[in-house]
Design a protein around this ligand. Structure first.
Ligand code: GCO
Ligand code: MG
Length: 408
């Protein structure tokens, strides 16, 4: 069996999804997602210029050897661009393998460990009351877990993932108004004074059963993160996400000494070498990697297995920048993983997105039910794809009030 061709498409409804299609001499094809939010053209170019010319003629069944060939063979390896490109190839090869076996991928991993996988929604508000309304809407839709973010009184601009005005639905993933990022102003003192009380009010309003999550988005120092974690302890958070900038694997030691609040980290990691110490030293409770830019199923499965040895559960990244292809790969891993925790689910389930990526994976009452179709169980309509093209977008950058650049 041989790979005869591979194509890359960039674009989608409101997002620049990077979709890879690998075609074989037996009429079977596989799909992969290489979307690196706001840097989408780079993994696409890496695939087109370097990886695809090598891929043609390879046997798609040797997904492990192909992964090693690209990773070890790159010499300058790792990094989000390369790992997103390898990841897309890997997903597509697993898709082909599943189709050859005529089995859904979760069967190839070891079968189902659960019927449905719990997901969380992202509730956001310009202020606390606006956030309360957003949480209520998700609770009414049947979600059992909600991540909560709101504006901070006195903060000069809106902060991470919150709208400027109540009632606005903030599309915080990409600003398509131009390539130069908008600037958000941040003040950790105001956040530390306000947010613990706001979380306590949310808990009081919604009661003990609703799982509450909160994302700090890398903005606190280790000492501040420890103070915050201790202050929110009575709220009983399901998780505290990215309390410190994620590259420092020792930063969470101080937090651990002062609090038992569960910590989730890893959406920016692209290899096991960025989280092995965090996992082995049991400094985290949830690992947030995504198959999209952490090297695909082959590499993420290794991280999941290491995590399982250390009581660390999965909480894969699922921001709207992931296409339904990588989300499908995660649905299969979530169905199988013995140490599954929760799945972020912010997919834009619009009719346009469903037309571009038809699939039988279903979300109901805050749970995802994996498809039984062979392979990934998601398709890609190339004629629909002709309606979309690449649009440059950016994340905001963050500065302190005196102008110092801070972590977004
Ligand atoms: C999340 C993330 C995202 C990131 C985004 C950047 O937890 O969903 O923090 O919101 O900001 O993925 O592209
Ligand atoms: Mg996050």
């Amino acid at each position: 069996m041989k790979i005869t061709d591979a194509k890359v498409f960039v674009g989608g409804p409101g997002k620049n999804y990077v979709t890879l299609k690998i075609i074989t001499d037996q009429g079977i094809y596989g799909l992969g997602d290489a979307t690196l939010n706001n840097r989408e053209t780079l993994p696409a170019k890496y695939l087109q210029d370097y990886l695809i010319p090598n891929l043609i003629g390879m046997d798609p069944r040797n997904s492990e050897d192909i992964w090693q060939f690209f990773y070890r063979g790159a010499y300058f390896r790792r990094g989000p661009i390369a790992m997103a490109a390898f990841g897309a190839i890997d997903m597509a090869l697993w898709d082909i393998k599943g189709k050859l076996a005529n089995m859904p991928l979760y069967q190839l991993f070891g079968g189902k460990s659960r019927d449905g996988a719990m997901v969380y929604a992202h509730a956001t508000g310009a202020d606390l009351e606006d956030l309360m309304d957003s949480i209520s809407q998700y609770v009414e839709q049947g979600y059992r877990a909600v991540r909560v973010q709101c504006g901070i009184p006195g903060m000069p601009t809106a902060s991470y993932a919150v709208p400027d005005k109540p009632g606005e639905n903030e599309h915080y993933m990409s600003d398509f108004s131009g390539i130069r990022p908008k600037v958000e102003i941040w003040n950790s003192d105001r956040y530390l004074r306000y947010m613990p009380g706001a979380l306590a009010e949310i808990r009081a309003r919604f009661g003990p059963e609703l799982k509450l999550l909160h994302d700090v988005h890398h903005r606190l120092t280790p000492r501040e993160a420890a103070e915050f974690a201790r202050a929110v302890e009575p709220v009983g958070l399901y998780w505290l996400e990215d309390p410190t900038p994620a590259e420092d694997q020792s930063a969470l030691k101080l937090l651990r000494q002062h609090s038992t609040v569960p910590v989730a980290i890893g959406e920016v990691f692209n290899s096991i070498w960025e989280c092995n110490k965090l996992i082995e030293q049991e400094l985290i409770d949830f690992i947030r990697v995504a198959v999209t830019y952490a090297g695909g199923i082959t590499h993420v499965k290794r991280i999941v297995d290491l995590a399982g040895l250390h009581h660390v559960r999965t909480g894969f990244h699922g921001a709207p920048s992931h296409s339904p292809i990588s989300m499908a790969a995660q649905h299969h891993l979530n169905a199988w993983a013995p140490n599954f925790g929760i799945q972020e689910y912010l997919v834009l389930d619009t009719p346009e997105c469903d037309a571009l990526f038809p699939s039988e994976h279903r979300m109901k009452n805050g749970m995802v039910y994996v498809s039984d179709a062979p392979g990934l169980g998601v398709d890609f309509d190339e004629s629909e794809a002709q309606n979309y093209s690449y649009k440059p977008g950016s994340h905001p950058v963050v500065r302190l009030e005196d102008g110092t650049l801070w972590d977004y």
